[in-house]
Write a new protein. Structure first.
Length: 132
């Protein structure tokens, strides 16, 4: 759950350049419909948060789970309807970060993770049954 702390710290430490990068990441994510491309944009969003936190430990932690993100992201974003519903969380997190609201950014990140867990499990179960 380091993403929670990473988002909160990004809200406190973000620079104008970080906010521009966050806006670019969120703008691209808001219009993407292809699951593989969306997965890459989701990764980019979290990398942008790590950089905006200005804590190298979050960059290292995030990079250490990249393979997991790729594998689970394929299951998650491959589920019907996921892309249509998920983007609202990153946009809300981005808004909280741009306002400097660390508590809201952290809370929204937890909501995103809690929202995604059941969908990840559903995708994993389909995969295990041989029906990805």
């Amino acid at each position: 759950l380091f993403q929670r702390e990473m988002s909160g710290l990004a809200a406190v430490r973000r620079t104008p350049e970080d906010l521009k990068a966050l806006d670019v990441a969120l703008s691209a994510e808001a219009v993407e419909k292809d699951p593989a491309a969306f997965r890459a944009l989701d990764w980019s969003f979290f990398q942008t948060l790590a950089r905006a936190s200005h804590n190298i430990a979050f960059t290292f932690l995030l990079n250490s789970v990249r393979a997991v993100h790729e594998r689970w992201g394929a299951l998650y974003f491959g589920s019907p309807g996921t892309i249509a519903t998920t983007p609202r969380f990153p946009a809300l997190i981005g808004r909280a970060i741009s306002k400097g609201d660390a508590a809201r950014a952290a809370a929204l990140t937890v909501r995103l993770l809690n929202y995604s867990n059941p969908l990840l499990m559903e995708g994993l179960m389909k995969y295990m049954r041989g029906n990805p």
